[in-house]
Design a protein around this ligand. Structure first.
Ligand SMILES: *[C@@H]1O[C@H](CO)[C@@H](O)[C@H](O)[C@H]1NC(C)=O
Ligand SMILES: *[C@@H]1O[C@H](CO)[C@@H](O)[C@H](O)[C@H]1NC(C)=O
Ligand SMILES: *[C@@H]1O[C@H](CO)[C@@H](O)[C@H](O)[C@H]1NC(C)=O
Ligand SMILES: *[C@@H]1O[C@H](CO)[C@@H](O)[C@H](O)[C@H]1NC(C)=O
Length: 363
């Protein structure tokens, strides 16, 4: 009779254990799913989302001091007798340092810098005209600047404007500003965000060659916070058009052709922590600011120096292989080669964009 109680406990114990385990694990899972819903859904992105149709990559040839005629021929194009005029159209928010580098870099090739800024953010919050009030910094390009102000709608009663609707209205305003700037058929038009900078030799090539495709996306090297953190080559939204009667300013997929290695895209490349916080709260990604702690200056500073994500998000990838490769912080790079010349010439002024310069000003 002795074994009986033993058998009883051995039969009941696992059930009890199972109950306890369920009582502990289920709530943890539920809480976990609620807390990390976004992370979990991004982790499984390869299952629920399809990548955009692949681009056809146009090879890009360049080396210093190779003649323009030879470069045109290598691409299957021919040398023009005179360069096309170039119009650089950007919708500006608050990227003053990147804007200076962009314009200094492109100044020799560009006919007009067309810049539109809004007195509200895409989310409908009033904002200072950062360009207008810092215009003295851009005196070097004064005679080429066409500046327009977009009167944004402020959202009354805190109702949420769709940021993407306001964004598209601004793109329409850009079309009128471009007409005012004197653009005409056959000119080149750069359509990009301020922080998507085509390399000068790319612009020069397209301006000097005949036979180029009428629309080309630009494959840009992606950086986060500074040129110390190269991410990948996935930036594709910037494009160069040969302007025609049907050209409309856009920042979306317009053709399958992309020109390889055509410049830099430096996201969140700001000198001051307050500029980063402004961008985080004010723009199309404002919905990602899910916790107040996200805007904590010392937290942001730490993330910048370690190359971690500001929004604590997983990489947006379409395959598990890429996702796992990119998880965790962005590795530091010690290379400051093949960067904008103006940045290297003024390295002291732009220390925060170079390797070892991750500390940001908190004033
Ligand atoms: C650049 O090219 C010119 C003529 O093609 C040549 O004379 C000169 O030495 C070259 N400079 C360099 C740095 O290679
Ligand atoms: C630029 O303009 C803003 C808004 O008027 C002003 O607060 C700021 O001091 C200016 N300078 C910089 C570098 O942001
Ligand atoms: C934006 O500018 C327009 C036109 O100047 C003005 O009517 C409007 O009140 C401004 N909005 C804000 C938020 O400053
Ligand atoms: C900001 O973040 C730091 C480090 O992550 C933390 O020690 C500090 O308590 C936070 N401050 C606030 C006001 O949340």
């Amino acid at each position: 009779m002795a074994p009986r109680p033993l058998r009883l406990t051995s039969k009941r114990a696992p059930r009890k254990l199972l109950c306890i385990v369920l009582l502990v694990i289920v709530p943890i899972c539920v809480i976990g799913i609620f807390t990390y819903a976004q992370k979990i859904s991004y982790f499984f992105r390869p299952l629920w989302d399809n990548p955009p149709p692949p681009f056809k990559r146009l090879p890009h040839y360049y080396a210093e001091n190779v003649s323009m005629e030879h470069l045109c021929l290598l691409h299957g194009w021919s040398l023009r007798s005179e360069p096309r005029r170039v119009f650089d159209g950007i919708i500006f928010s608050n990227e003053l340092d990147i804007l200076e580098i962009r314009w200094r870099e492109l100044h020799p090739y560009v006919t007009k810098f067309v810049i539109l800024e809004s007195n509200t953010t895409f989310t409908g919050i009033p904002k200072p005209l950062f360009f207008a009030s810092n215009q003295s910094r851009f005196a070097f390009a004064e005679e080429k600047i066409i500046h327009g102000v977009f009167s944004g709608r402020t959202n009354i009663h805190g109702s949420h404007e769709d940021p993407f609707v306001l964004e598209s209205e601004q793109r329409a305003a850009m079309n009128s500003l471009l007409l005012r700037s004197g653009i005409s058929g056959g000119d080149l038009l750069i359509m990009s965000d301020t922080d998507e900078i085509p390399s000068p030799h790319t612009v020069k090539l397209l301006q000097w060659c005949d036979g180029i495709p009428p629309i080309l996306h630009l494959e840009l090297r992606n950086y986060m916070y500074s040129f110390e953190f190269p991410v990948d080559y996935s930036s594709w939204r910037a494009a160069i058009h040969v302007y025609g009667p049907w050209t409309r300013y856009r920042h979306s997929r317009q053709t399958d052709l992309i020109f390889s290695d055509a410049g830099w895209h430096c996201s969140f490349c700001f000198r001051r922590l307050q500029e980063i916080v402004f961008k985080m709260t004010a723009y199309s990604h404002a919905d990602r600011v899910t916790k107040k702690d996200y805007l904590n200056y010392s937290r942001i500073q730490k993330l910048i120096c370690s190359g971690d994500d500001l929004f604590d998000m997983l990489p947006e990838e379409y395959t598990f292989q890429e996702l796992i490769k990119k998880m965790g912080p962005i590795p530091h790079s010690a290379s400051a080669v093949h960067l904008p010349a103006y940045l290297i010439e003024n390295a002291d002024k732009f220390r925060f964009l170079l390797p070892g310069g991750c500390l940001r000003s908190s004033e």
